[in-house]
Design a protein around this ligand. Structure first.
Ligand SMILES: Cc1cc2nc3c(=O)[nH]c(=O)nc-3n(C[C@H](O)[C@H](O)[C@H](O)COP(=O)(O)O)c2cc1C
Length: 303
């Protein structure tokens, strides 16, 4: 039997299958479908310091091979999460990673400080794809110096495991990955959505209320695989692969490319039990192939 556990920073996760932020609610919703404590980690919807209402609708649209969304980071705010949701997640025995975002460095640090005291949060995943208001619209995830500084600011506030989630909307993802590793990230997850757009020809109108949105699902998998491969060559911290993982074969491909763990996103909208099925599929594959540890498989791609 394969030892499925993986280590990221100070944390050991029971297996490499995590839910992707924003596609799995706060996790509780999915406990009607399966035992969410089976997952390596439940990564909850992005949390900010104050509650956020999000963008006007329509906010989601299905494309030929995925979907575009412009939710606008709607969430209940970190304090409500800690008081209302976290106790339920703890009672469900879920391993929780909190996804964090802010408009400026100080906001990331403030959210991290609150979560540092919260029992039941194993680690933080910093979503650095948001507008940096102080720098007049530059996105943290597109600026290596800003990206590194936000990690350092969060590290001053918490000892918890810090994963930094990268945006693919850059020309050289390895530059940003290198910067966040230097800033002290314990792990790097990628990719977030690709900026996209959908149009209704009959109405001659863009479909999303926000005009543009993030493309996810099978359409982005080859881009995500390429970026995971490139980043895994560049950094020495664990990489977590995300992007169009619909079944265990997709997940295993990401692991071959260098991912220590993977996240399941858009697939949850099609089948709410898919993460558990992917976990069982990976387990069966490793048993069949007589792979003893996840690390024996990660990054073994032949090129
Ligand atoms: C509806 C929706 C909401 C999302 N919200 C967040 C979020 O709050 N924070 C975040 O870091 N990523 C968010 N994402 C990005 C996903 O976590 C994931 O990185 C992306 O969808 C690519 O994976 P996939 O192709 O498997 O969906 C969201 C994605 C979708 C589709």
């Amino acid at each position: 039997m394969t030892d499925l556990s993986v280590r990221i920073g100070k944390s050991t996760f029971k297996n490499p299958v995590f839910s992707a932020s924003g596609t799995f609610g706060y996790g509780i919703e999915y406990s009607d479908f399966f035992d969410i404590s089976r997952l390596g980690a439940v990564i909850v919807k992005g949390l900010s310091i104050e509650p956020v209402k999000g963008n006007p609708g329509p906010r989601i649209f299905e494309t030929a091979s995925g979907m575009v969304n412009a939710i606008g980071l709607q969430n209940i705010g970190v304090k409500n999460f800690v008081s209302e949701i976290l106790p339920i997640l703890r009672s469900l025995d879920a391993t929780v990673i909190a996804n964090v975002y802010g408009k400026m460095e100080e906001e990331y640090a403030a959210v991290a400080a609150i979560l540092d005291d919260a029992e039941g949060v194993e680690g933080l995943e910093l979503n650095i794809s948001c507008p940096n208001v102080k720098k007049g619209g530059i996105v943290f995830g597109q600026d290596p110096i800003a990206a590194s500084k936000v990690v350092q600011a969060v590290k001053r506030e918490t000892d918890k495991t810090i994963i930094v989630k990268l945006s693919p909307n850059v020309s050289d993802i390895t530059e940003i990955a290198g910067a966040v590793e230097e800033g002290g990230a314990d792990g790097i997850s990628l990719i977030n959505t690709l900026l996209g757009m959908v149009i209704d020809l009959d109405r001659k109108k863009s479909i999303l209320g926000n005009v543009m949105g993030g493309l996810s699902g099978p359409a982005i998998k080859p881009v995500a695989l390429r970026m995971v491969y490139q980043v895994a060559q560049r950094v020495s911290v664990p990489v977590i692969g995300i992007g169009g993982i619909m079944n265990e074969r997709d997940a295993l491909e990401f692991m071959l490319a260098g991912a220590t763990a993977i996240q399941v996103g858009t697939a949850n909208f099609i089948n709410p039990r898919i993460s558990e099925e992917i976990l069982d599929g990976i387990k069966a594959y490793f048993d069949r192939e007589q792979i003893e540890r996840v690390g024996d498989f990660t990054g073994t791609l032949k090129t």
